[in-house]
Ligand binder design. Structure first.
Ligand code: ADP
Ligand code: MG
Length: 271
């Protein structure tokens, strides 16, 4: 069964006439790593926020969202907290405590877990994310990239079945980006959890995603396997999405009359 099934979802912010989400139909399959891409303002954050009741913006909504087959609004808050991990775009709005260790423990405390379990999980996360040396530091003393890692670790500590991340790599250098993505990928692969993550950079993302969801002006433009999405690289490029350099090379070659496909997005495949 789909982990999330969205049917004909249309959403309009209060006092606005034009919907920001229009007739969105989407099924997220358990265990998939989906990257959500699309131009700024196309509705990515608005769509993701619909996936957790406490984060859903006010406005008028039509259509249904099923979580494991049950209408999301009837899934109690504790279950949603435990099963749907959400990392907001701005790490500062996610951080709620002072010390790093406490940030890792906070979500587990809110689920009412006992201290022994919490200590075990915090230690596990510290090791998984390489945070051992920061545990007693003040979160406010850390860099933006470090705060992001803490925020993500704090959510993963709760072992959510679905992990939703809104632009977790924005503003990070390639090294920081790869670190975060590989940790998220590792979590997905070792636990079979479902991941949906917003990114504009197709370059690194292509190496991590099983599926890509492309939005344009509030609609699902395309939702398919990474391989198939890149067959449409010309259109993605027109929409201003950063397609991988290697794909650009193949597009150029085709333009020059070489008879080749353009669904090439990694260097090994290009070779
Ligand atoms: P994205 O994450 O793809 O950049 P958003 O979902 O943040 O897009 O925004 C989609 C559209 O909705 C944009 O035009 C944005 O200006 C508008 N929008 C976002 N939040 C609100 C809000 N609280 N009230 C009214 N309009 C909003
Ligand atoms: Mg956004």
């Amino acid at each position: 069964m789909e982990c999330f099934k969205i049917q004909n979802l249309t959403f309009t912010y209060p006092e606005q006439e034009i919907p920001v989400l229009r007739n969105v139909d989407l099924s997220l399959h358990p265990g998939d790593f989906t990257v959500l891409a699309g131009p700024s303002g196309c509705g990515k954050s608005t769509l993701l926020r619909q996936l957790k009741t406490v984060l859903a913006p006010h406005g008028s909504k039509e259509g249904t969202i099923l979580f494991n087959g049950t209408p999301l609004e009837t899934v109690d808050e504790r279950t949603q907290t435990a099963k749907i991990g959400f990392v907001l775009q701005d790490p500062d709005s996610q951080i709620v405590t002072d010390k790093v260790w406490h940030e890792l423990a906070f979500g587990l405390e809110s689920l009412g877990m006992d201290n022994t379990t919490i200590r075990g999980r915090v230690a596990e996360m510290a090791s998984f994310f390489g945070l051992e040396n920061w545990m007693y530091q003040n979160v406010s003393d850390l860099s933006g990239g470090q705060k992001r890692r803490i925020a993500i670790a704090g959510i993963i500590a709760m072992k959510p079945k679905v992990l939703v991340l809104d632009e977790p790599c924005a503003g990070l250098d390639p090294e920081g980006r790869e670190l975060i993505l590989s940790q998220v990928k590792n979590y997905q692969q070792t636990t079979g959890s479902t991941v949906i993550l917003v990114s504009h950079s197709m370059e690194d993302i292509a190496n991590y995603a099983d599926k890509v969801l492309v939005m344009e002006q509030g609609r699902v433009y395309n939702y398919d396997t990474t391989e198939k999405i890149f067959r449409d690289a010309e259109n993605l490029s027109r929409m201003g999405l950063g397609i991988p350099d290697i794909t650009k090379v193949f597009l150029k070659l085709k333009e020059m009359g070489v008879d080749i496909g353009t669904d090439v997005y990694t260097i090994p495949y290009a070779v």
